[in-house]
Design a protein around this ligand. Structure first.
Ligand code: GLN
Length: 538
């Protein structure tokens, strides 16, 4: 049976539970173990797909098309293990499953209750489709003591009771503040948080103490004494200079060693921290910068484009440059300001997006990048807007647009079946708007000798999608005659997946989200190539 490691958080949120779980997973994986990471989210949304980035950061999409919590992105980036639909669950999903079952008479007339029915469903999630994994690391969102997280904490308590301490381990991550006025490190919040955890039946086995500075032995002893945890299992995590240092820092603090010791097993091979050391060095020491403008609705919100921000850093790492992001909010972008805002940047990126707000500014910016030969990468919505821009300004279809944004436009972007074979809109197709999203991994064929073919060094690729609208393929010849090439297509040749511009140093639009598959230790070729082009422009 797999060993289960449950990670809870205390005192405050945003302590880096996701990063700690991901780092531990890397360390265990690199010592020869098979690891799986899972996240339980206490909110009531059935999945984060409908949550605004304003509230919850980006929606991370998995290979199998699940719209999940952004922590799964950390997990993938640190471990290079692809997450699945079955790795993320929310209170909303748990309850809706239980209620659905109740309606079907699945509980044989019993009173349906949080304990045991909700907790049983949570335990089912924890174990679902685990086969030969050595470790399953399950992170519980939120902070211990929150009303919403109670059923999850209760479920992991039961799980440990049922499967035994030899197969389960509790890690609690807390905050250890430093009080400037008294020049002291305070352990009391940690003590209280552990007390809270114990009151619901869980004694942590390892405490990770997040702190701004190193915690003196005396304070660690105090935590050990009051929280009833062996001193070697009081692990400190001091703020790192870059997140890529986290696995190194946890290794130095012997987190992985203590976990293996707890389970009475040894590492199969030595942990390899060299790749992290190498990229940490690059990130910390690189002086040369490139300025990349990113225009979107949520650019000023931390985490709204988390995977994208990361992928750009990865692209920087592979080119040994620091990527300096110039974040431009599309809402406030006036067409006559474009030149001023973009004239000194080395690249323009328009990310994915939904809805009309701010689109005209994006379209003008793309025109500027196209005409002024600034490297441009359009992702999903960004690619769609590049098509609209080109159709309006080069194909002279003045009312070209996306039917997502304007029902009366000439739909160069629309729902499949929304246009006739000349590319014109079919009357009455507005009703189809409830079409489902194309989600998850899809294959694309790349044209021989195209720029994209050289970038990927492959004729077929697979990338993750999350969109409802598509490029109107009926206009392909018209676009190509003017130099905008549809260089990546779906295997059936019906859906354009990638566009690129001839006579431009670097102009690529992709219908998918390459950022979800970029890793710090394996930067995505599109981002490496984009940043390289930007670097060469400088
Ligand atoms: N709104 C567009 C669509 O649904 C693009 C989505 C995106 O950028 N992820 O097709």
């Amino acid at each position: 049976m797999a060993r289960y490691i449950f990670v809870t958080g205390g005192v405050v949120s945003s302590l880096g539970k996701g990063l700690s779980s991901a780092s531990l997973a890397y360390l265990l994986k690199s010592q020869g173990y098979k690891v799986r990471l899972r996240k339980m989210d206490p909110y009531l949304n059935v999945d984060p797909g409908t949550m605004s980035p304003f509230q919850h950061g980006e929606v991370f999409v998995t290979d199998d098309g699940a719209e999940t919590d952004l922590d799964l992105g950390h997990y993938e980036r640190f471990t290079n293990i692809s997450s699945k639909q079955s790795d993320n669950i929310t209170t909303g999903r748990i309850y809706s499953d239980v209620i659905k079952r109740e309606r079907k008479g699945g509980y044989l007339g019993k009173t349906v209750q949080v304990i045991p029915h909700i907790t049983d469903r949570i335990k089912e999630f924890i174990k679902k489709d685990i086969t030969n994994e050595d470790f399953v690391i399950c992170e519980i969102g939120g902070t211990v003591g929150d009303i919403e997280s109670l059923p999850f904490v209760e479920a992991i308590r039961q799980f440990s009771n049922e499967h035994g301490k030899s197969k389960t381990l509790f890690i609690h991550l807390t905050f250890v503040p430093f009080l400037k006025s008294s020049d002291e490190i305070k352990t009391k919040p940690t003590q209280h948080s552990v007390k809270e955890l114990r009151s619901i039946g869980i004694q942590p086995d390892i405490i990770i103490c997040r702190s701004q500075q190193s915690i003196p032995l005396d304070q660690r002893k105090k935590i050990s004494l009051f929280c009833n945890v062996a001193i070697d299992n009081v692990i400190e995590t001091v703020d790192v200079r870059t997140i890529y240092e986290a696995p190194i820092s946890f290794f130095n603090q012997k987190l992985d060693k203590q976990v293996l010791k707890y389970f009475k097993i040894k590492s199969k091979i030595r942990a390899n921290l060299n790749p992290w050391k190498k990229i940490t060095k690059i990130v910390l020491n690189t002086k040369k910068t490139v300025d990349i403008a990113i225009i979107g609705k949520y650019v000023n919100l931390k985490d709204a484009y988390k995977s994208l921000d990361e992928a750009l850093i990865h692209g920087g790492i592979s080119n040994k440059v620091k990527v300096n992001l110039i974040r431009i909010e599309s809402d406030n972008l006036k067409s006559n300001e474009i030149k001023k805002r973009l004239k000194n940047v080395s690249g323009l990126l328009i990310p994915g997006g939904f809805g009309k707000r701010g689109t005209e500014g994006k379209i003008s910016a793309i025109k500027y990048a196209r005409e002024n030969k600034i490297p441009f990468l359009g992702i999903c919505f960004g690619m769609q807007m590049a098509i609209v821009e080109f159709a309006r300004n080069r194909l002279k279809i003045k009312n070209a647009g996306s039917s997502e944004l304007d029902k009366k436009c000439y739909p160069v972007i629309g729902l499949i079946n929304e246009w006739d074979k000349d590319g014109k809109k079919i009357k009455g197709t507005d009703k189809n708007l409830g079409g489902t999203m194309r989600l998850g991994l899809y294959e694309a064929k790349l044209r021989n000798n195209s720029a994209i073919n050289r970038i990927y060094k492959s004729r077929t690729i697979k990338e993750r999608h999350r969109h409802r609208y598509e490029v109107n393929n009926n206009l392909k010849n018209k676009f190509e005659k003017k130099g905008l090439i549809f260089s990546g297509m779906s295997p059936d040749n019906k859906l354009p997946e990638i566009i690129e511009l001839n006579n431009h140093p670097w102009f690529v639009g992709v219908q998918f989200h390459p950022e979800f598959r970029s890793r710090p230790l394996a930067p995505h070729p599109l981002f490496s190539s984009f940043i390289k082009a930007a670097k060469n422009l400088k």
